[in-house]
Design a protein around this ligand. Structure first.
Ligand SMILES: Cc1cc2nc3c(=O)[nH]c(=O)nc-3n(C[C@H](O)[C@H](O)[C@H](O)COP(=O)(O)OP(=O)(O)OC[C@H]3O[C@@H](n4cnc5c(N)ncnc54)[C@H](O)[C@@H]3O)c2cc1C
Length: 404
């Protein structure tokens, strides 16, 4: 008897990687995406600082080669102190040359990742991509899952799958239908992201910079054009009005104030977003599994959301493929939950919360201590390598492997 395909909801980076990794192991997939071919590329570019661990996974499905030309290879990242306008520490992924074939981060936005991965999925004979199809609900049976969706013609249809993976993003319908709590909190303030065509390297910055300041911390990242651009994130006050924050003069003033220079900037765009730190209570209920932002969301400081979601996808793909080949039983799916939930709570949440605290710390004595610690770690190659193994998520993958 032929096995039903795995139904994957969402052609974000997580759903696409999962579909491609399953198909590579001869598992048929039905991939459902609410957006249509006409508007798919109109999405906000969003993340991507892609860590070496994630590049290894991309390479496994042949995606890395397609992304490298559209991204920036960034071996180094910096911590800066805005108060004194000095660099606190520089970390260089070259120290990981014996740990990985990719001793660098690839700065490549989410939109480029999904564009390339979607082309690959559409070309794969084992993946049926259903664009403009919106998942609405599901029903579990003992031997299958029935997913209901509204298709491109506006008709409701039922898609049968052996398993259903919700990679729908943070607002997952499946997670809500399962009644799973999304445990954690939401920061009251919002973050403003300004994209600007301006060469920040002339001020000593590298491709990725974390800038500590008790008044207005920020993150600064370089992205490949055209036009070549930089993205600067700033926190905003809780009651700041959106229209006032995003007015062109307000954006210009913020950038002038940040750099301490008087000039006009070429602003390419801006957006305001709310940051959540949340993890779903469970990642598996019967034949339904959660992955990526559906299962966990976090602040972008440290670039971990997309990365850890892609790690979920590969972990899950390997387990589902083995189950469907009859090599192991469904208890492996509980192991998926144990491993990846542990990473989400103990690594991703813990680290991103710590990263934000470090950048916004107000107590001068604590700030000085934190900066000294960063300096010490960066200056000692053994400590710096350990630091990078953690920030590049090697430590989380190795720790998860030990969880049975
Ligand atoms: C400003 C910003 C910067 C970030 N920077 C970083 C970074 O540097 N590094 C990093 O690792 N992470 C970063 N992140 C987080 C990162 O973007 C997300 O973690 C990542 O996109 C999650 O991928 P996903 O596939 O789980 O979900 P998504 O990317 O949200 O994709 C979900 C997909 O599901 C589709 N969908 C939703 N509902 C339905 C439905 N009912 N039916 C069918 N389809 C549906 C959506 O259309 C979408 O295509 C950042 C986020 C933001 C907002």
């Amino acid at each position: 008897m032929a096995t039903d395909p795995v139904v994957v909801i969402g052609a974000g980076p997580v759903g696409l990687c999962l579909a491609l990794a399953l198909a590579q192991q001869n598992v048929a997939v039905t991939l459902i995406e609410a957006m249509s071919d006409d508007n798919f590329l109109d999405q906000v570019p969003r993340a991507g600082s892609n860590h070496p661990t994630t590049l290894e996974f991309f390479d496994r499905i042949g995606l890395y080669q397609k992304l490298e030309p559209c991204g920036i290879v960034a071996p180094k990242f910096h911590y800066w102190d805005r108060q004194s306008n000095t660099r606190i520490a520089e970390f260089d992924h070259a120290l990981l040359k014996d740990d990985t074939r990719f001793p660098y981060v690839l700065q490549c936005e989410r939109i480029k990742i999904v564009e390339e991965a979607l082309k690959m999925a559409k070309a794969h004979p084992l993946i049926a991509v259903r664009m403009a199809t919106e998942f609405i609900s599901f029903e579990q049976r003992s031997d299958a899952v029935l997913a209901r969706a509204t298709n491109a013609s506006g008709e409701e249809e039922t898609l049968r799958g052996s398993y259903l993976v919700s990679a729908e993003g943070a607002r997952s319908i499946a997670r809500k239908d399962l009644g799973l709590e999304f445990e954690g909190f939401t920061y009251p303030e919002r973050t403003i992201n300004i994209e600007v065509a301006y060469d920040f390297k002339q001020h000593g910055y590298t491709e990725r910079n974390y800038i500590s300041d008790p008044v207005e911390y920020s993150n600064l990242f370089h992205w490949k054009g055209p036009p070549d651009r930089w993205r600067v994130h700033f926190p905003t006050a809780i009651d700041d009005d959106e229209a006032a924050l995003t007015r062109p003069e307000a954006l210009q003033a913020r950038l002038r104030n940040f750099l301490g220079i008087d000039r006009a900037f070429e602003i390419c765009g801006c957006n305001l977003y709310t940051v959540h730190q949340r993890v779903a209570k469970k990642f598996r209920v019967g034949r339904v599994l959660l992955a990526g932002d559906t299962a966990h969301v976090n602040s972008p400081i440290g670039g971990m959301g997309l990365n850890s979601g892609v790690h979920d996808a590969f972990n899950l793909a390997d387990k589902l493929a083995r189950i469907l080949r009859g090599e192991t039983d469904e208890s492996e799916l509980d192991r998926y939950e144990r491993q990846r939930r542990h990473v989400a709570v103990q690594h991703i949440q813990a680290q991103t919360i710590r990263n934000k605290r470090l950048l916004e710390e107000r107590d001068p004595a604590v700030r000085a201590r934190n900066h000294d610690e960063l300096r010490r770690q960066a200056e000692d190659p053994a400590q710096a390598r350990k630091f990078l193994l953690r920030t590049a998520l090697f430590e989380s993958l190795r720790e998860a492997e030990q969880i049975l």
